[in-house]
Design a protein around this ligand. Structure first.
Ligand code: ATP
Length: 451
């Protein structure tokens, strides 16, 4: 879409007579179908849907194709008014998988079925297509998982989070290329604006508060005024308290994995989402930008962002600075590995930001930082006047290693036990400080002299 001003098809008509709304929508729908054809699996999907009235592309995929962006996956909804079609999602997915197999000439697809939500998916190397029966959702209480029933496409659109995600396009029969936008959807897409479908949206599903921030960052769409009011109201009345930590954590992880993750966190901070998750979570854009700039390619951006978020929790000197951060990340069901690494990085950042600037020699850097996650070193570098020391460790010093190892010392007659490690450590410090000549002989000679 040009500068967010027009949807496809509209530009092509600009010089002619003002089109009727219907003609314009037909142009837009046909263009979406053409763009779909160029996506992985798009041709096969259209072929399968050719003679069917019930197959629609929906959600983020339609939004992205209208914006001329590549969708991450294709979401397909099968009109579900006819209850006899309940199992159709799985059948459709299996057929699609086999048609992709034939065309790809190799066995690259697999089918997942999620009975509860009447969905099935095809995932292969080049893409992902999710199939679902169009459904209506009923929330037994705010924040609960919804009860699901199959329904029509137009009703399915009403359960969605934001208007720009609530557009369907028919993929076959007389529905081919027919757009079904929720109210305001096309105008919001054109104006690059995020708007909830109805006023109770955030109460029904407060995880939409996190999704709002994520789309705000990813699409660079503004938050419509009334939607922002509703979001703040929901947060003020404790909407997020009704949701499990697992669901909040899942949305937070999605935000952390976005290319624009820092912007998504900033939007969460600004809206008050972070404070609602935990009053002392913090996002400091300047700190994070500085740390990301220092982070080497083998570091994890997600871990760094998470460590920065929990930094105020580990700063508290109450004997067990890690306990609260760990408890929070457990509540949000972060995988243990990420939890431990993020907490260790935060603790390291707090300790290192004072120590790093005082490290004069490479061996000092080694002694200070060799046990710490590199995300913690990057954060420490951005916290203080420590950027140069952090960069030196991350880019050069941590890669220095010895040519000799324990076996060489055993062969030299050093007895098995801690003595071997001690000598290797000493020799490494010499190597780091440039006190040894080139090569393993110099290292062996130095190790021999140590006693
Ligand atoms: P992505 O590009 O990250 O895949 P997406 O917009 O396709 O983004 P998904 O999380 O894959 O998002 O969800 C697919 C669609 O399902 C969304 O576009 C939206 O219409 C709907 N959806 C997902 N989660 C919710 C929710 N919590 N509430 C309402 N609708 C939702």
């Amino acid at each position: 879409m040009d500068d967010g001003e027009t949807l496809p098809g509209e530009a092509a008509q600009a010089d002619s007579q003002p089109p009727s709304a219907v003609t314009s929508l037909e142009f837009v729908g046909a263009e979406v179908v053409e763009r779909l054809r160029r996506q992985p699996g798009g041709r096969e999907l259209l072929e399968m849907a050719k003679y069917r009235q019930d197959v629609y592309l929906v959600g983020g995929a339609v939004r992205d194709l209208l914006l001329d962006r590549a969708p991450r996956e294709l979401d397909v909804a099968l009109d579900g008014e006819d209850l006899s079609l309940r199992r159709d999602a799985a059948v459709f997915a299996r057929e699609l998988a086999s048609s992709l197999n034939v065309l790809a000439g190799e066995d690259v697809t697999k089918v997942n079925e999620h009975e509860r939500f009447i969905t099935a998916g095809v995932v292969w190397d080049a893409g992902q297509i999710d199939i679902a029966i169009a459904r209506r959702e009923h929330y037994s209480k705010p924040g609960a998982l919804p009860e699901v029933e199959s329904t029509s496409i137009s009703e399915d659109l009403r359960r969605r989070d934001f208007t720009v995600n609530a557009i369907a396009v028919g993929l076959g029969g007389s529905q081919l290329g027919k757009l079904q936008p929720a109210r305001h959807a096309l105008e919001d897409l054109r104006e690059r604006r995020l708007r909830v479908i109805h006023d109770a949206s955030f109460e029904d599903d407060p995880t939409r508060l996190l999704r709002l921030a994520r789309y705000n960052a990813r699409l660079d769409f503004a938050i419509e005024e009334h939607t922002e009011e509703l979001a703040r109201q929901a947060l003020n009345t404790g909407a997020l308290d009704t949701v499990s930590g697992a669901r909040i954590g899942a949305e937070l992880r999605l935000a952390l994995s976005e290319p624009q993750a820092p912007d998504a966190l900033e939007a969460m901070r600004e809206l008050g989402v972070l404070a609602a998750v935990h009053p002392r979570l913090r996002h400091d854009p300047e700190l994070v930008a500085g740390a990301l700039e220092l982070l080497p390619a083998d570091g994890s951006k997600e871990v760094l962002l998470l460590a920065a978020l929990v930094l105020p929790l580990v700063l508290r000197a109450d004997g067990q600075p890690q306990a609260e951060a760990r408890a929070l990340l457990d509540r949000l069901e972060f995988p243990q590995g990420d939890r431990d690494r993020a907490v260790a990085a935060a603790v390291a950042a707090v300790r290192l930001h004072d120590v790093l600037p005082r490290c004069e020699r490479p061996a000092d850097l080694y002694e200070a930082a060799s046990e710490d996650p590199i995300e913690g070193v990057a954060l420490a570098g951005a916290l203080n006047d420590a950027a140069e020391a952090a960069r030196r460790w991350l880019e050069e010093v941590r890669h220095v290693s010895l040519a000799i190892d324990g076996r060489d010392l055993l062969a030299e007659g050093v007895p098995q036990g801690p003595e071997i490690g001690r000598r290797l450590h000493e020799v490494l410090l010499m190597r780091l400080n440039g006190e040894l000549g080139e090569g393993r002989d110099a290292e062996l000679a130095a190790a021999r002299k140590l006693s």
